[in-house]
Ligand binder design. Sequence first.
Ligand code: PLP
Length: 864
Amino acid sequence: MADKKTAPKKPAAKTAPKATSRAGEKKKSEAGPAPRIQPTKRLVDSLCYTAAAPESEKIAADLRRHVTVTLGNDFDRPSAYTYSQGLSYAVRDRLIDQWIKTQRSMYENGTKRVYYLSLEFLPGRFLANSILNLGIEEDVEAALKGTRLTLADLEEQEAEPGLGNGGLGRLASCYLDSMATLGIPGYGYGISYAYGIFRQDIEDGRQVEKADNWLHYGTPWGFQRTKHLYSVHFGGYVRPYTDHEGNTRFHWVAEQRLKAMALDIMVPGYKNGYATNMRLWVAKADKAFDLQFFNSGDYIGALENKIMSEKISMVLYPDDTEMAGKELRLKQQYFFVSATMQDIVRRFRKKGVPWTDLPKYVAVQLNETHPAIAIPELMRMLVDGEHMDWDDAWATCVRTFAYTNHTVLPEALEKWPAELMERLLPRHMQIIYEINRRFLQEVAMRFTGDTERLRRMSLIEEGEDKQVRMAFLAIIGSHTVNGVAALHSELITKTIFRDFFEMYPERFTNITNGVTPRRFLAQCNKPLARLITEAVGDGWQTHLDRIKGLAPLAEDAAFRESWLDIRKANKQALGSLVSDLCGVRPDPESLFDVQVKRIHEYKRQLLNCLHLITLLNRLRDNPGLEMTPRTVLFAGKAAPGYAMAKLIIRLISSVAYAVNTDPAVGGRLRAAFLPNYSVSQAEHIIPACDLSEQISTAGMEASGTGNMKFALNGALTIGTYDGANIEILEEVGAENFFLFGLRVEDVLEKRRGGYDPRAVCTEHPELARAIGMIATGYFSPGEPDLYAPIVRSLLDGGDFFMVMADYADYVRTQDEAARVFADPHEWAKRSILNTAGMGKFSSDRSIMEYATRIWGVTPLALDT
Ligand SMILES: *Cc1c(COP(=O)(O)O)cnc(C)c1O
């Protein structure tokens, strides 16, 4: 069109490489009047290359093509943002082949597929990871030569999709990475929230939440399936009817209808020509449904309905460990589940096999109970839709689903008011009652006369407002229930799920979490990754157990030097970031002591803060003190409604300010709270951490995965006997781990009675002094009562999280860590042995366990 007018008359043939000149070009060059400005070379010609051209040249040409043709920008006026977009398209081009190939081979192979259902994903940025997994980093670097922009500059431009709160969402993304890398046939399913987790600003030491509109500029990494829509229903009533065979059947007459549109994102495997799909649903108004309003002349009503519908995928609930109980959240869950199950069933139907064969072809993993409504949804599809007999349908369901539990915190266990469920999902509520009726019959037969047990195990919590217990529904509707670390899996069988363990002991198992060594070592810590490859050869990226080959090198002084040099450079880099974000410049020689994770009382940032105050006091008392210089870094978001967590952030900021401005400190101690913790920030922090704080109250952190990322990068852990810390300690050796604090049994014992935090406080003068300073306003001049709620919870509120009880042992262990750090070679030795001991904690190992022990799927043969 426009081309025809501006195309030059002749020279195209001369400049275009022959092999790629297209048939259509000749016509163009013959048509149209002479252009006013005669370019020396047509743009499209400069974008062509031959198949034999080196990859770096192809990438350069593709970058140029996308910046100009796709994005409509002038290539010669480079902006980091448009180049970043252009490069993303160029990289995406290289993934599409393998993505299509993967989908096709899954289809042709016809084997069982895994569906990983998660309301949260935290994938992190895509560009750097795609480049790593494609193995084209050097080519990209070469392609960017002469553009004045570095790859790192371009990578920093990308908005991170914050579609999760923390560990649970990041785990889902590590698992997709591993499924793609191992060639496990499967998909991730989630929601494309328009607004992900909020952006956290720190203003005057306070957390301020800002909207995170990650899709504002669109994303090159997703494909919108605008024609591929599923209908999702809410509300209305259930109409019973009798079918022609005389059976009573049920028909759900819904009141609200909307559509689910797929956004597909490619998840590449590591250098294996494979790419898995992450399908995220977007809520769209149902046009046909709106038409009713338009036709009746209710124009505003029609638009209101559109807004109401599209609100469903608008925002991620930012509560990490608290059950929100909001109607919109339940709608999100069902919207997600309904669209996903329709998609799964559509694929299964093509096989033309009986419905009872569903579990032969489909495994559905429920990441927490958030998608547990999938169980009654499948029952509804089978019983109401396919007229399957209830018992057959139920057996099919149970063999299809498996459920992962992530928490023992009672406040996190999902319960939905029966009234709300009845209103939004009337047919599902009926099905839940029927599941419950049959289940309680079974319980009554097994445990005759135990009516108390029936009450405890019922899916319905009786009371003024009846509640549906989603975890119980997930257990009885699944063939396997797993916890996420050995201790956690054992605890759930003894506490929250004890009755269910007695009923179905064979259902319960453990699969310890893992993290992907691609993003969390190969990508985020390239210098260390290179050194590791020199030492143990390539291949550790996908066979992490091979990293144990580093262990003998812990004794090699030259290797330790190289190890320390890299760590120091990483610390310098993080130092600049801290300086930019917080105005505090850390000493790269100092001990980098890091606690980054969601802010929660059970994770005990307070304990760390009390230690920081203790160090400050030691320096104030004795300005000449010989002390291992230390930089204490915090980061993490607090749920917007969690007042105590927000107050803890404020306290940390206040204490950090006091530390950084006290003349007695003299640079030996620095502290900072980094705003807006995220996956990409984690990637900057992890390689520079010496001491990883994993100090949850024993029994309360289900697994943790931050602990694994840090140790993998050579941090030593100071930690409690909790979650996966225990297994890390077993793998790296107790002599390379700073263990402290109460064990689970001790915590439970103290909670049963006789624990007096005030008495503990008086016993330890350093603790009493730190608490006294917080209580009397040392850190909040002019507002002496600001931190009173913190002091009250520690002294008068029973100190549920055992901060006071663990203080003394924690400080003693911190002193030990500081002493060891003063000997760099001793520290380096332990650091190397930590990395060397992390083979078990690859998410590849976790996924292979799920595949063999839960899903019954095998990797596809990859023809790379
Ligand atoms: C790994 C990770 C987490 C989980 O950290 P824990 O220390 O296990 O709580 C949370 N958020 C982000 C961004 C992460 O990368």
